[in-house]
Design a protein around this ligand. Sequence first.
Ligand SMILES: *Cc1c(COP(=O)(O)O)cnc(C)c1O
Length: 369
Amino acid sequence: MDLAAMTSEVRPVLDQAWDLLLAESDFVGGDAVERFEQQWAAYCGTAEAVGVANGTDALVLILRGLGIGVGDEVVVPANTFVATVEAVVLAGATPRFADVDPDTLLLTGETLAAALTPRTAAAVPVHLYGQVADMDSIGEVATRAGLAVVEDAAQAHGATWNGRRAGSFGVAGSFSFYPGKNLGAFGDAGAVVTSDPALASTLRALRNHGRVAGSHHLHAEVGTTSRLDTLQAAVLSAKLARLDAWTEARRAVVARYEQALAGGPARMVGTGAGAWPAWHLAVALVPDRDRVRQGLSERGVQTAIHYPVPCHQLAPYLPYATGGLPVAEAAAGQVLSLPLFPHLTGEQVDTVCRALRQVVGEMAAIGAS
Ligand SMILES: *Cc1c(COP(=O)(O)O)cnc(C)c1O
């Protein structure tokens, strides 16, 4: 992962924007934040966006804003970054883990339905790796069960399902703008998108000490400090202009990996019928993963694992586990994240593809003999 090239692309615009902000000493709130919020809502196809301090807070604040907490159960997929389940616990609610689809490794209507209980108040589909989960089947199950759908879109900036963008399906969607995310700030940042104006104004109060809009000393509820910094908002506006081009570049790299692995037995995670992914991670499912990883490393190809332990098996969340989740557990032993960022050169991608074919081919030959 190399963020430097993305930074240089926006540097000239940003130098100007930051000069202005430094001259105005406008560091919290102000025009730059409102401008980015409007741009981000328009981009996602929602009525509103509310900037917050990070993606985890975005989820916690949505749940709190919906009145979901103690006594409520919230379904989360076991295959996700820990922040999804962490947010549920921080909001005071009880997480319930669902398994995932063996092809996409995402929550589906079927795996959601299997995790429901009479206390389920919400479902948090996670658009992991940059791919929107099957929002048709999830939406059907949620409507039938009367659940709020809250999308964790922290890895899916600009991804669509049947032409609609991540974050625009549920009552609200959360985004992270952590530097390594597809739209990344120069530090921590996040946002909620929603088309529910009442929820948006509740979130604007919650992120700012429960302060009543337009007043300074009236605090109507227990809030917190979780605002989007003005300097970060300027970074995000500058980078948003480049996001679609960067997404296309990421998609082209993943298409090359798909070709390189076409002979099997390893394969890239599958794409759902309605999904147009904005890949954040290029995740392959690889038999004998750890040896393949070693072989790639010996050929100078750095890889990572997202995620080696499914959330229901992480120590703080063991008390919430209700049984085995075979697909998520098997996937944790096979997933391998290949190099992915917009400025990977054709030559670098060639190198990765060549190494993949060699190492995966060797492993397959050993397995067959
Ligand atoms: C990054 C991420 C988060 C949390 O975002 P932060 O900004 O780091 O708090 C939540 N969910 C998923 C799936 C993520 O990848």
